[in-house]
Design a binder for this molecule. Structure first.
Ligand code: FAD
Ligand code: SIN
Length: 535
């Protein structure tokens, strides 16, 4: 296939990628790749909203302190301050681009309805009822379609970055990607002067996740293979409350319900969160998820219950229409009694290390959103700070890429076409599905909410073996998107396990029974995995 070229290549069409693309389109040609339909992204599933200092009674200092507290000592204060302070401008830009956040009655100073979520000391979450992500995607999608300079290529799966090599084989700048076009099953080179990785999270590495199918950590795996350091992968966030129902596929029950007074109960109706934290249901997410896990294990329960039925029926239906309807479709009436819930993998706090211009260590490669690690979240992300970070860093990444291209006259080197030799049709689909299932199950069982040396050792051994098998399979067989994802899932699984094994303490989202205490004297730093410099 003929190579494509552009000034700005954006891998990923969620909030981070689209904001970058919209801004970049005023300065050059833009290509956006999405691995599935362009509407499918973690962003589209966001319920609670986007955290930003908006109320006159709120302050940057308070949002900064809440973020630092949730991050359990590992946030980078400079990153927290910069991102929180950029928040209102990023939210205003979303509004100018057409996002309709839920408003309150005219005459109020705040204008928008501000939700409350765990760990926040103020109401500061702008939302569009309980479908915030869908509304943001609608507005950004329309803005993209109105800009002829942006070409969106759906069903294009980025496989690997195009990375320059010098005569001695040392890696240099990134000039785009190889991508699989899913319909024709052919691989094309897409050459760009600046590349933004905005591929979202990796929930698919766990058996139970709130994330849609696209979330297989491709950005982290590609960047790692290309030579970028990856940090803090042990801090995978589990959302405490997903609907427990065989067909619900870990449907999220927003933290905003607890913000509006929902109570976690045992099967006999007893509330239990007060025993774990003075803020009870509004404690940081790591504490709530661990408390639920502990109660379920101690009592041999399949689930616990969330109850908002004491709030007025009209309020619940109006504030949470989507969650109300979905629960009803599974036979649970939020307004009539408690609903069954369990935790599930939700958010990757670690990722590709970037500075506050979204620059990775690889020249010309930027990363933003869930795939990046800026230092905002530390050991545990504060609710609704993810959309905030993605919006702010998409903007900041654009500024950095634009100044790079403004001064730059270099030309890309020639990259060879994708080598399709030696690739035989796969007869053994079962090998892929089996490996896939094994990874997700072992990550859930051994590297979940509670870890131990023994479990991590087992996970290490199994993943090493799977990596070996997948590697052989990968180069021998005809490439498809399942195989691309499988290879990335093994890499991401191994990065999580390596980071979790390295951290010999418990902090934030990483809890191990062998080192149950936080140990600031040894572990008050990020876990950074440096790739092999020449591989
Ligand atoms: P995404 O929105 O996930 O977009 C990723 C994009 O990358 C997609 O377009 C995908 O197709 C593309 N892609 C991936 N791999 C490839 C590849 N190899 N080639 C080409 N394209 C690729 N956060 C909040 O702050 N507030 C909330 O209320 C909230 N609620 C949430 C509810 C749910 C159910 C979930 C799952 C997450 C929620 N989060 C929330 C987290 C938040 O939605 C995400 O972290 C954020 O939207 C990530 O945005 P992103 O732009 O980084 O990536
Ligand atoms: C939610 O609505 O509970 C999700 C919020 C988040 O993940 O930030």
């Amino acid at each position: 296939m003929t190579p494509l070229s552009c000034d700005y290549l954006v891998v990923g069409g969620g909030i981070a990628g689209l904001i970058f693309a919209i801004k970049a389109s005023a300065h050059g040609s833009v290509i956006v790749l999405t691995k599935a339909d362009s509407s499918e992204a973690n962003t589209a599933y966001a319920q609670g909203g986007i955290a930003s200092v908006w109320s006159v009674s709120d302050s940057f200092e308070s949002h900064i302190e809440d973020t630092l507290r949730a991050g359990a000592g590992l946030c980078n204060r400079t990153a927290v301050e910069a991102i929180v302070r950029d928040g209102p401008a990023a939210v205003r830009e979303l509004i100018e681009l057409g996002t309709r956040f839920t408003r309150i009655e005219e005459g109020s100073e705040d204008e928008y309805d501000l939700g409350r979520e765990g760990g926040h000391s103020h109401r500061r979450v702008l939302h569009a009822q309980d479908l915030t992500g869908r509304e943001i995607m609608r507005a950004l999608g329309e803005a993209v379609r109105a800009r002829p300079n942006i070409q969106v290529l759906e069903n294009h799966v980025a496989i690997d970055l195009l990375v320059e090599r010098d005569a001695s084989g040392r890696r240099g700048a990134c000039w785009g990607v190889y991508a699989l076009e899913k319909q024709s099953m052919s691989v094309r080179r897409i050459v760009a002067r600046a590349t933004m990785l905005a591929t979202g999270g990796a929930g698919k590495v766990y058996l139970y996740t709130t994330n849609p199918d696209i979330a297989s950590g491709d950005g982290v795996a590609m960047a790692y293979r290309a030579g970028a350091p990856i940090a803090n992968m042990e801090f995978y966030q589990f959302h405490p409350t997903c609907l427990y129902h065989p067909e619900a596929k870990s449907f999220l029950i927003s933290e905003a319900l607890r913000g509006e007074g929902a109570i976690l109960r045992l099967p006999d109706g007893t509330p239990f969160m007060k025993h774990y934290h003075p803020d009870a249901e509004l404690a940081p997410r790591d504490i709530v998820a661990r408390a639920i896990d502990a109660e379920m294990k101690r009592r041999g329960l399949d689930c616990v219950y969330l109850d908002i039925s004491h709030r007025p029926t009209a309020f619940v239906r109006e504030r949470f229409p989507n969650i109300y309807r979905r629960c009803l479709s599974y036979g649970f009436d939020l307004t009539a009694g408690p609903i069954p819930i369990v935790p599930a993998a939700h958010y990757m706090c670690g990722g590709v290390m970037t500075d506050l211009r979204a620059a990775t260590r690889i020249p010309r490669l930027f990363a933003a959103g869930e795939t990046a690690m800026t230092g905002l979240h530390g050991a545990n992300r504060l609710a609704s700070n993810s959309l905030l970070e993605a919006a702010v860093m998409g903007r900041r990444g654009f500024e950095a890429a634009r100044s790079l291209l403004a001064e730059d006259r270099s030309r890309p080197p020639e990259f060879p076409p994708w080598q399709a030799d030696h690739t035989i049709e796969s007869e053994q689909r079962v090998l892929i599905t089996q490996s896939w299932d094994e990874i997700r199950r072992l990550m859930w069982n051994y590297v979940g909410i509670v870890r131990s040396n023994l479990r991590l050792e087992r996970a290490t051994r199994r993943l090493e073996m799977l990596d070996h098998e997948v590697h052989g399979y990968y180069w021998d067989h005809r490439l498809d998107s399942d195989l691309i994802e499988l290879r990335n899932l093994v890499t991401v699984g191994r990065l999580i396990v390596r980071s979790a094994t390295a951290r010999k303490e418990s902090r934030g989202l990483h809890y191990t029974t062998d080192y149950p205490e936080r140990d600031d004297s040894h572990w008050l730093h990020d876990t950074v995995i440096e790739p092999n410099s020449r591989s």
